[in-house]
Structure formats: C-alpha cells, structure tokens
Design a protein around this ligand. Structure first.
Ligand SMILES: *Cc1c(COP(=O)(O)O)cnc(C)c1O
Length: 403
C-alpha cells in the first residue's frame, strides 16, 4: 500500500506509529564532535537510487556496497593499518588465521607450489597441509635461515613464499630482503606474517615483501578480547586478487570490533615499547640463570639471525622463548609453568597480561633439526611491573627446578 497524500509539515504522509518507529525522523542538532570513530553497523547498505545499485565497480574501494565488504568504521581502521605498515591497501579479516587463509586463496590455485618456513605459526602449517591434501597444491618447508639460498628451492610452479620474522616459538630471524629479492626475481609472491613486530619494528614493504599479514588480535587490539586480522599490500592488482578471494570466502569484520581496535591504536607504539623494555629485563635475568640453556630473543647475540635483527628491526616487543637445561624433564618444566602466579597459561598474546606456554618443538618440524634438547617455554611479557614478573619466575624456579 502506498501513501501519496502529503499531510505533514515536511511533506511526509502521516504514517502509523509503528512505521514511524521503523523510519524515524532525525532531529539531531548539527555540530557534534568527539574523538571516537562512529560505529557504523550495517548488513544492508542503502543506495540513493537503482543506478547507484547497478553501477558497481568491483575494482573500486570507494563505493559502498554491502556491510560485509566495508563500512566507514572498518574503512577507517583499514586505512590506519595500511598507514602503520607503510602499505596502500588493507583488507580486514575476522582473525589473523583468516588473513593467512585469504592469502592462500587469493594467490594459489590447483597445481601451484608454496614454500613455508619450518618454524611457521602452526595453524599456517596446518592450513597449507589441508590445501595440499584436499585442493591439489604442493607445500614444501624450508630452513628459515636459508637466506638467498631460497632461490634454489623455487620451481616453475612456485607461486607463494611465506615468511615469518622471527618464527613463532623458536624465534629465528630470517634474512627477509635476501629472500624477497630471490622471490621477486622469479615472479613469486612473498607474504610475511608480521605479527611479532606489530608492523612497528619491521618494515615489511621496505624489505621487499609483497603482502604483510597481521593478527590484529595481538598488540593492535591489546585487550585479549578481540579477534581480527589484516592483509596489507602496496600493489593494486595484488590487492584486487585478495579482495576477490575475501569476497568469495565471505570474510568480513564487525564495526563494533573495529571500534575496539581503533580505540587501542593510539597507544600501540607506547605499549609495544613498554613490552619491549620489560621483556628485555626479564630475558636478561633469565639468561644469567643456571637452569636456563638458552634465551631465544632476537636482541641476544646467540639467537639465530641476531645480526639480521640488528640490521632490519627497530625493536622486539614482548614475546620470546627460553630453553631450560636438558636435565629437567618436561614434567618438571610443566610444574614450573603451572607454579607461576602472574603468568597465565594461554595463547594469543598482545594484551596486558603475561603468559607462559611450554612447547615440544621437535614434534613441530619436518624440514630442519632443532638443535636444543631441553624444553622450550614461550613467554609473553605483559604490562605488569617487570620486577614482579622476575620475582615470580624466581619463586617457581626455586620451587620446581632448584636442587
Ligand atoms: C596469533 C597469531 C596469528 C593468528 O591470529 P588469530 O587472530 O588468533 O587467528 C597468526 N600469526 C601469528 C604469528 C600469531 O601469533
């Protein structure tokens, strides 16, 4: 039923109250300003007319189309992340792992080959194996310290080179520029998981990467309560391929969660530097302990790739690992971790709370031999006072490892 009669002051027909609740008149005065990004929630995006609805250019990033693609809130965050990483386009994703998945589906197809560092974030490895099993791609693992030698592993079918700097858990720092140069010379797309550095301490594009992936879940959120990821590029064509894959996969983010991350971004650099300082204090203390066989922190001379870290990075943040002496059984190390009072047991670092997780590294690799025999514990240093974090390590070492 249509209403044609104009019987109100603004020319609108006098609708039933229920209709007026669905179509409210906005009487909000102009002139409001605040520092927060307005939360623009949308599934439906409303077009001014049918021509606008039909006139869709899939290459355009500035046409509003559908809430899944973007809203003003997600676009604001995407632009901020692109700026932080020195890229030109950012695609927001529902998690860091979804960002990794978007890269796979945007770049590789059946018959293609992918190179993955042997110390990669474990769900990336599982994703590659799933694609190899069910989707006809080949995945091969390489020694993260291979450097320019990666050129010898590149085959005509190789399409994607994954990098992670440093590697999850074991912290080897790869020579990214040497590897991205070799990839580029052979037309292979290089994608780095740049989560450890938050995009602050390592310039992915300046070191030759084509794609930078972040788990925004970590430092950018900073609250341990949001899941989000990003895929950033500098190349229009690459961005378009990734954007198409993201659309086919139905990946998107909620405006409310974008607003939470935007709220934290202003303090990102200060938090990262605070984590970095505390982690250095804790790592330095651990390094001097007789129970510790190695501290795997890129700022320490004996961490594999330390020289590359000094050349290419400007900081380290809060995540590093420690290897205990092999005389301790895995059960003793478990007791030590459970004996910590300030370090929670859990994944997904980047928030205010310190974390500790033991890993059985030898079962995580297929292409390289890990040289250590003791048990590794990955530590994330939160925003507690570092002296308290050191005292907590000391009490649990005393209780479970001394003697
Ligand atoms: C946490 C993490 C991810 C995945 O992020 P989620 O948002 O938890 O899916 C990817 N890469 C690295 C290195 C990470 O630490």
């Amino acid at each position: 039923m249509t209403h044609k009669s104009s019987d109100t002051a603004d020319g609108m027909p006098a609708h039933d109250l229920q209709t007026r609740v669905v179509h409210p008149r906005n009487d909000i005065p102009d002139g409001f300003a605040s520092f927060s990004t307005p939360i623009a929630r949308a599934s439906t995006v409303v077009f001014p007319n049918l021509a606008a609805l039909r006139n869709y250019d899939p290459h355009s990033d500035t046409q509003w189309r559908y809430g899944l693609h973007h809203t003003p809130t997600s676009m604001t965050l995407a632009q901020q992340i692109a700026a932080l990483e020195g890229g030109t386009h950012t695609l927001l994703q529902p998690s860091g792992l979804a960002a990794i998945s978007n890269v796979y589906f945007g770049i590789v197809k059946q018959g293609d080959d992918v190179l993955i560092p042997d110390n990669v974030y474990d769900p990336n490895r599982s994703h590659g194996e799933w694609l190899a099993r069910n989707f006809g791609i080949s995945v091969r693992y390489y020694d993260p310290m291979i450097g320019a030698g990666i050129a010898e592993l590149i085959q005509p079918s190789t399409r994607l080179l994954w990098l992670e700097a440093p590697g999850s858990v074991t912290m080897e720092v790869p020579d990214v520029p040497a590897m991205t140069q070799a990839a580029r010379a052979r037309g292979v797309v290089s994608a780095i998981d740049n989560t450890w550095s938050a995009g602050l301490a390592f310039d992915a594009f300046g070191h030759g990467c084509d794609i930078s992936v972040q788990a925004l879940t970590k430092y950018q959120s900073g609250g341990s309560d949001v899941l989000m990821g990003s895929v950033t590029t500098r190349d229009d064509e690459l961005h378009y391929r990734l954007k198409q894959a993201r659309m086919h996969l139905g990946l998107g983010v909620a405006a409310d969660e974008c607003a939470l991350v935007l709220r934290s971004l202003a303090s990102l650099k200060l938090r990262f530097e605070a984590h970095d300082r505390s982690a250095m204090a804790v790592a330095t203390w651990l390094k001097a302990r007789p129970e510790v066989a190695a501290v795997l922190h890129p700022a320490f001379a004996d961490c594999p790739g330390h020289d590359v870290w000094r050349r290419d990075f400007t900081g380290a943040g809060g995540l590093f690992s420690v290897v205990f002496h092999e005389r301790y059984t895995p059960a003793q190390i478990d007791a030590f971790v459970e004996g910590l009072k300030l370090y929670a047991i859990g994944f997904s670092w980047g928030g205010a709370h310190s974390l500790a997780v033991p890993y059985r590294v030898s079962t995580m690799r297929t292409a390289t031999h890990w040289p250590h025999r003791g048990t590794l514990v990955r530590l994330y240093i939160g925003l507690e006072e570092s002296g308290d974090l050191i005292a907590d390590l000391a009490q649990s070492i005393e209780a479970h490892l001394a003697g």
